[in-house]
Design a protein around this ligand. Structure first.
Ligand code: GDP
Length: 294
């Protein structure tokens, strides 16, 4: 994960570590390299500029300039700024409601269905009674896929393969959840390969009808700035609560992880790092920043 970014950042910082003293000149050169590492990682240019301006300002503080180990202090500053950039604190999901409804949105192929299974697995292991709902009315294969995952993690899957009304399926699923005493309902919705008005309208309608406690937007981190742009469009329509970044196991650059919070102003809540049902983690910005710096 993020090997390229890690490599470039470390190279940039290493030059400073080798210097006995921090000066205006070597800080400027290092910060420039850090900025290049970030833009090479597909971090949004504006975001990269803002963070490196802040890093520079902090690094030129007198305390840093006269410190015994200025290189280490510089690393600490970069770590703090990366943490802030990714949202600072870990953010949990809202599971209030009887039942609590969690709506999952995103493009087809982003990893939505896999994530729905993983989240069900995680919540079940926390002792919650969960129902999964297949709301993809266009791809029967998506319903089957969710059923397979539900079976794997031991969570019931509600589906109405003949019904072509997503709102109705979702509402029926909530009734079913109430009758069967489920506490959390995870609704997996239909996606498209690209943003599409009909899909957006449908998910908006489902959201309005269900009033979910939490709406999560799922996006493939490997698509870099496209991921950020897709997040922006979905957020304008859905005003979602959090982001799930998938396929981080294949993302060597890290641009989406670093830009999304600043651009969309919604926190990343989970990261998905593989196809197995256990490959899901709560997102901790500070841990991710440490990892990026190696
Ligand atoms: P959906 O169309 O959004 O529901 O996407 P799927 O859940 O079907 O996922 C699309 C593909 O990506 C499938 O082959 C998944 O196994 C795979 N996938 C999902 N999440 C991850 C992940 O975190 N890492 C990797 N490597 N593959 C993933």
């Amino acid at each position: 994960m993020f090997e390229n970014l890690q490599d470039k950042l470390n190279k940039a910082i290493k030059t400073l570590k080798g210097q006995g003293r921090i000066t205006d000149i070597n800080v400027a050169a290092t910060v420039k390299e850090v900025r290049r590492a970030l833009t090479d990682a597909d971090v949004n240019y504006k975001v990269a500029k803002e963070i490196t301006d802040r890093i520079k300002e902090k690094a030129l503080d007198r305390k840093v300039l006269i410190a015994v180990e200025p290189g280490q202090l510089f690393v600490k500053i970069v770590q703090e700024e990366l943490t802030d950039l990714m949202g600072g604190q870990a953010q949990s999901i809202n599971t209030k409601g009887e039942p609590a409804i969690i709506l999952i949105a995103g493009l087809q192929g982003s990893g939505k269905t896999t994530f729905s299974g993983k989240l069900a697995n995680l919540l079940k292991r926390q002792g919650r009674n969960v129902l999964l709902v297949a709301c993809d009315i266009y791809r029967p294969a998506a319903i089957d896929q969710l059923k397979v995952l539900g079976e794997q993690v031991g969570v019931e899957v509600y589906a109405e393969p003949e019904n072509k009304n997503a709102v109705e399926i979702a509402q029926n699923a909530i009734e079913h959840a109430k009758k069967t005493n489920k506490r959390i309902v995870i609704v997996d919705t239909a996606g498209r390969l690209a943003i599409d008005e009909q899909m957006m309208q449908e998910i908006e309608d489902v959201k309005r009808a269900l009033q979910p406690a939490e709406t999560l937007f799922v996006v493939d981190s490997m698509t870099g700035q496209d991921a950020v742009n897709t997040a922006k469009t979905f957020n304008e329509r859905l005003n979602f609560d959090g982001v799930v970044l998938t396929k981080l196991d294949g993302d060597s650059r890290g641009g989406a992880a670093l830009s999304i919070k600043t651009v969309v102003n919604k926190p990343i809540k989970f990261i998905s790092t593989g196809e197995k049902m256990e490959a899901l983690d709560v997102f901790y910005p500070d841990r991710m920043a440490s990892r990026i710096l190696g």
